[in-house]
Design a protein around this ligand. Structure first.
Ligand code: FNR
Length: 368
């Protein structure tokens, strides 16, 4: 028998249910990582190398989990990151994530390859709800320009350019199941039909421009006033380049372990990046986000202690949505909120601004 929603006590529980109820192709697409999935596993286990150093006898009666990301006040220091093909998990698709995010005053990043159209998702957002756009850059820059400027006009508050996917990783679980129902805003590069024999990911991604480079950043800055954030940065040197290029943020991410296998986890890079930024007096010049493997609020707290502005969470919300629809998304967010309050209370921090590096022992990470 399947657990009822009230029997899901943490984010991992949704994954176990989703695995049993989802269609095989959908499960394969959501759950797969690249190659041997070493990076995907490491994303979560990296957090186990970080230990807390809690403070005692601090007044933690009232806990405030709210924070500001890219100029937006939000109730929680996590956002729903961009994940393609929401309708594989639930016929209603990404709008369920929008509604869940609204209820908890959480920011949602809209994927280029959502199953729902961009406008459907924006329409599902209620007044004042903040959305960001994740962008795969099309070889046809006019298409890209149209998407970006339309998003800005509709009120998107951030442009997250995915930079870790000049070619889609090999997700073999996904490739083994023949993909049939695309149901997304497939962008063509003019001509060739979608090839469905290579799994969902490859079927929908052929338009992505592998020639994208640092030289293109000024062009993006010229076509939009939205803050620009590079999603998928994986080394200290590139964070420094990002500061020098004048972008507003980076997401230290390996795409949920779906791209380069044995790339490091976001939190591992974070522990190297923040000291390097401080050394150069650059720590206030850029907002640093991470994603990948965040399953507990303790993971979020650790990332914030190490200097992250916020964290993205992907698969858990997809699984919650696939298993239980909107009530699942709602409960997943509520569980995180409850865990967050408890963790902050027990670590001795009443506000997000009180989270700092002295509250964690990260010596087991690779600090260089
Ligand atoms: C993704 N991710 C992703 N990223 C992106 O920039 N564009 C995209 O279209 C997608 N699509 C996508 C689909 C699915 C099914 C997954 C699981 C992931 C990567 C995503 O934004 C994020 O980096 C990871 O999902 C974070 O890891 P967790 O939270 O899933 O472990």
């Amino acid at each position: 028998t399947m657990p009822v929603l009230e029997q899901c006590y943490n984010l991992m529980d949704f994954e176990h249910v989703a695995r049993r109820v989802m269609k095989k192709t959908a499960w394969a697409y959501y759950s797969s990582g690249a190659d041997d999935e070493i990076t995907m596993r490491e994303n979560h286990t990296a957090f186990h190398k970080i230990w807390f150093r809690p403070r005692i006898l601090v007044d933690v009666e009232n806990i405030d989990t709210s924070t500001t990301m890219l100029g937006t006040k939000t109730d929680m220091p996590f956002y729903v990151t961009a994940t393609a093909l929401g309708k594989l998990g639930n016929p209603e698709g990404e709008v369920l994530l929008t509604r869940g995010a609204k209820k908890h005053n959480v920011i949602q990043m809209i994927p280029t390859l959502a199953s729902c159209s961009f406008d459907e998702i924006m329409d599902a957002a209620e007044d004042g709800q903040v959305q960001w756009l994740q962008l795969y850059v099309n070889k046809d820059r006019e298409v890209t320009k149209r998407i970006v400027q339309h998003a800005e006009k509709r009120g998107c508050k951030g442009l997250f350019i995915t930079v870790d996917a000049p070619q889609l990783g090999r997700r073999e679980k996904d490739m083994r199941t023949k993909f049939q129902d695309v149901g997304s805003n497939v962008q063509s590069t003019g001509g060739s039909d979608v090839d469905r024999s290579q799994g969902a990911a490859r079927a929908i991604s052929s338009f992505i421009d592998p020639s994208l480079s640092w030289k293109d950043i000024p062009w993006f800055q010229s076509i939009t006033k939205m803050p620009i954030i590079l999603k998928g940065v994986q080394r200290v040197e590139d964070v420094i380049k990002a500061v020098e290029a004048g972008v507003q943020g980076v997401v230290l991410s390996n795409h949920g372990g779906r791209q380069l296998d044995t790339a490091p986890s976001g939190v591992e890079i974070l522990a190297q990046v923040m000291p390097a930024l401080r050394e150069r007096g650059m720590q206030d010049k850029i907002e640093v986000f991470i994603d990948g493997g965040i399953r507990r609020a303790s993971d979020i707290v650790k990332a914030l202690c190490l200097g992250a502005t916020g964290v993205g969470i992907g698969r858990p919300f997809l699984y919650a949505m696939s298993a239980y629809g909107l009530p699942g998304v709602d409960r997943a967010m509520q569980l995180l909120k409850d865990e967050m309050e408890m963790n902050m209370r027990l670590i001795g921090a009443a506000k997000v601004s009180e989270l700092n590096p002295t509250l964690v022992d990260a010596r087991s990470l690779h600090l260089h």
